[in-house]
Design a protein. Structure first.
Length: 431
């Protein structure tokens, strides 16, 4: 990389030879940390009033716009480094998922070996081990197929780059039911091959493990988990397309996504859904361990609990979020100013809700917020303060009225970082 004076030049060689290439996970993380540190230092300097050219200091509006442009350029560098880090991290995640899958198989083998010390190795233990190896091979193939998108976790990552709670729960039930079916199938195949299984009575006893009265509740639990994943995906997709839900991509998938909303805050609806399904799934596996020759028989009361939890989760999905809305627009008045109507060149304060979508608090996304005044699009300036930004915020935006705005009645609209536009709010602009 030749030095051009732009941020990030020489990043591969900076830091005493530390790699910041952005192509390997270590270099991507180092480059991102460097870009973040440079942005934070620049923001704190501007917040303290340092770094503004003397020629611009005389005009508050010009100085604010210059500061906002400089912060936006630095924020774009951070976003580029973050995107490179995400790509490298997802590629490295493939090996971690493979290690986790086969680590679980090894842990199962060790657990079976320890429990066999007193009773000896049985057909059920062999069946359980073989039933674990088959899904592990499938997950390994999936990890290779999706090696650039998170390995075996790729099917669980939503379109917004977050781990999907509903997909993860459905995958958990599908994997558990597959394991149970393979365990029972291997044991019955082994028993059928023996001489004792040739009697009709013995054959009927083996087939009772597949009876619907035993497996019905388990199948309903699987169906509920899969149906919730499908319905939740459809709800989110339709609400995003209609503008009733604002979605911005995540930096990268995290385990906390299963229990949190898009802003990273804990979500009661997600937590209860995950915990209820984990408890019922654990009960099914315990019953399978007690009677490995039969599919686990779940109490119907637990299935009703799953249905109630799923209904609560979907109801929350259907009602969460909402469109941004403008409640009022007023002239921004400094201390000592006289009351006056809105004129071109004045600052206006737009008050409302939903201007900063969940997960859009990063500087590069804040800089994408735009206010449309009539036919003129005005980028919302970034106003730094110690530790963050005073503008824009979720409930208040401050922008200048450009001279290009025609005097008269015009409509003000806000376009958020998620691309959702508010309804128009009329104001009168004087010349």
């Amino acid at each position: 990389m030749a030095g051009t004076g732009e941020p990030g030049d020489g990043a591969e060689r900076a830091g005493g030879g530390e790699c910041r290439c952005g192509r390997c996970p270590h270099g991507a993380r180092a480059g991102h940390r460097q870009a973040v540190a440079a942005f934070v230092a620049l923001r704190e300097d501007f917040a303290a009033g340092r770094g503004v050219p003397a020629g611009l200091a005389r005009s508050a509006g010009a100085a604010r716009q210059w500061v906002s442009d400089e912060l936006t350029l630095s924020a774009r560098e951070v976003a580029q480094r973050r995107a490179a880090g995400k790509t490298a991290w997802l590629a490295a995640l493939r090996w971690r998922t493979v290690l986790a899958v086969w680590g679980a198989v090894v842990a199962l083998l060790l657990g079976q070996a320890l429990t066999a010390l007193g009773t000896g190795w049985t057909v059920a233990r062999t069946a359980g081990l073989l039933a674990a190896v088959v899904p592990a091979l499938g997950l390994t193939a999936a990890a290779w197929r999706h090696r650039a998108h998170g390995g075996a976790l790729a099917p669980l990552i939503g379109e917004d780059g977050r781990l999907s709670t509903s997909r993860t729960v459905a995958a958990g039930w599908a994997t558990a039911v597959l394991y149970a079916v393979l365990t029972v199938a291997v044991q019955q195949a082994t028993a059928t091959a023996t001489a004792t299984a040739t009697a009709p009575g013995e054959r009927r006893r083996l087939l009772q493990g597949w009876a619907l009265e035993r497996s019905g509740a388990l199948l309903v639990a699987l169906a509920v988990g899969c149906a919730v994943a499908v319905v939740a995906h459809g709800l989110v997709a339709s609400r995003v397309r209609s503008g009733r839900l604002q979605k911005v991509p995540a930096e990268r998938p995290r385990a906390a996504d299963l229990l949190a909303d898009d802003a990273g805050r804990g979500s009661l609806l997600d937590v209860q859904y995950v915990l209820v399904n984990a408890a019922v799934l654990g009960c099914a596996l315990v019953r399978l361990a007690g009677r490995p020759a039969q599919l686990p028989q779940l109490p119907w009361g637990l299935v009703v609990l799953l249905v109630l939890s799923a209904a609560t989760y979907l109801a929350g999905k259907a009602m969460s979020g909402g469109r941004p809305v403008i409640l009022s627009v007023v002239r921004s008045r400094e201390l000592g100013d006289l009351a006056a109507p809105v004129r071109t060149g004045d600052d206006i304060e737009i008050r409302g809700a939903g201007f900063v979508p969940p997960g859009a608090g990063t500087p590069d996304r804040l800089a994408r917020t735009v206010v449309r005044i009539g036919d003129v699009h005005v980028p919302v300036p970034l106003v730094p303060v110690a530790g963050g930004f005073a503008n824009p915020t979720d409930g208040v935006l401050t922008v200048p009225v450009p001279v290009d705005v025609e005097p008269g009645r015009v409509e003000v609209r806000v376009v958020t970082a998620a691309g959702v536009e508010t309804d128009g709010y009329p104001i009168d602009v004087l010349d």
